[in-house]
Design a protein around this ligand. Structure first.
Ligand code: ADP
Ligand code: MG
Length: 383
């Protein structure tokens, strides 16, 4: 076991890393963050911030020398970086698990090979793959295999011609073509798995998106208990097949009463933020525990919770002027907790913070959260 006051290494300095640093600090650890951005949210509160690229090997040497174990919050860390670090220091999750989750072709192939439920898709590497694609896939979503997030690197295509056009727009990069599914709802399971293979699942959350970006998570998800149980089983199987160690997020589509895996995230997940406020152990504490070989904590929710993302557009008034949102509106709600990430500049669509409302009654919690969401100025809702 790695015990306090050991130093832990974190690849990536975003908000997920920042919450990891906070959790590790609470537990008595020190954290070094490696991120190329000198103003990264996690770097700002780390004990040491190595401002360097993920493939800067002297920086990786410094991290390996200074840390007892290394983890990641950024799924696009090159697998070669993790492969290099693991020669000197324990690294969790492994390069091979991250490699599957960071490439949509590898991810979809993994699901298909393991008989895990997923929607119809085709791998697109050349124009011919699109010409040969099953007509039944259309209308479809074409997604670039690498580096997509928050709906970026995706195009909705009605037919083969539009798909070809989008494929060329993406520069001919490898893609997956997914049938556009009619979603009843979306949900996610966040879990932690330790080196001995013990798995602890958080209760599934129900997710709604705006413009391809997570907007609201409702926990517990308002779905049939059998579906929730099935989602946990599938998520656990994924973690086992990947021999995953750490915190893992699995996104699901619910479609015609059936579950399909959408994608996996080899790190804590945006839809698991509420675990900080509503669960016995947070997803970030679990990441620390799994990394350090400590027994995993209890994932049970002690409250119902609704999480609302605060995106950069909130920083602009109706005339497009940049100004701080009126936080007193949120602070007035007693069972609401605000989390801001200290990002320097708010761009539309950028995740700047979130708030979580907790309480005993799930429908009251939802009503309070949606009221607060409207009061702070987030428009258009359909929950
Ligand atoms: P990201 O990496 O941006 O989260 P996702 O693949 O999860 O990418 O897509 C973002 C969102 O777009 C999903 O949560 C869902 O709302 C919608 N979406 C993606 N793929 C499909 C699909 N095949 N059918 C219907 N909706 C989809
Ligand atoms: Mg997603």
């Amino acid at each position: 076991m790695i015990l306090p006051p050991a130093t832990l290494g974190m690849l990536g300095g975003g908000q997920l890393g920042r919450f990891f640093v906070s959790a590790a600090h609470e537990m008595g650890y020190k954290v070094w963050v490696l991120d190329p951005d000198a103003n990264s949210p996690a770097g700002l509160i780390a004990d040491h911030h190595i401002v360097a690229a993920y493939d800067d090997y002297s920086a990786l040497d410094e991290l390996a020398n200074g840390c007892a174990a290394v983890t990641t919050e950024f799924e696009n860390v090159p697998a070669s970086t993790l492969d290099y670090l693991v020669k000197f220091v324990p690294v969790h999750p492994s390069a091979s698990a991250v490699a599957v989750c960071q490439n949509r072709v590898a991810e979809k192939t993994f699901l298909a090979d393991n008989d895990l439920p997923h929607g119809p898709f085709a791998v697109i590497r050349h124009d011919e793959n699109l010409r040969d694609a099953d007509e039944a896939l259309f209308p479809a979503v074409l997604k670039v295999a690498r580096f997509g997030y928050d709906g970026k690197g995706q195009a909705r295509v009605a037919n083969r011609d539009e798909a070809l056009h989008a494929f060329h727009q993406f520069g001919g990069e490898s893609c997956v073509l997914e049938k556009m599914l009619k979603l009843d709802s979306e949900m996610s399971v966040v879990l932690a798995r330790d080196e001995a293979g013990n798995v602890r699942c958080f209760p599934p959350g129900e997710n709604s998106h705006r413009h391809g970006i997570l907007d609201v998570t409702i926990m517990p998800a308002r779905i049939e208990p059998v579906l929730a149980e099935r989602a946990r089983e599938v998520a656990q199987t994924i973690a086992e097949r990947l021999d995953y160690v750490g915190t893992l997020g699995v996104e699901f589509f619910v479609c015609g009463g059936q579950l399909f895996v959408n994608e996996m995230a080899p790190r804590p997940h945006n839809s698991g933020h509420h675990t900080i406020d509503a669960c016995v152990t947070s997803q970030y504490e679990q990441q620390v525990k799994a990394l350090c070989g400590l027994p995993l904590g209890e994932p049970r929710a002690h409250s119902a919770a609704v999480m609302v993302n605060l995106l950069g557009e909130l920083w602009y008034d109706a005339d497009g002027n940049y100004r701080e949102p009126d936080w007193s509106v949120l602070q007035a709600v007693p069972n609401l907790r605000v989390h801001l990430y200290a990002k320097h500049h708010a761009r539309p669509g950028r995740k700047m913070g979130h708030f979580t409302v907790i309480g005993a009654d799930a429908s009251e919690v939802l009503a309070t959260a949606l009221q607060a969401r409207a009061a702070i100025g987030i428009r258009d809702d359909a929950h």
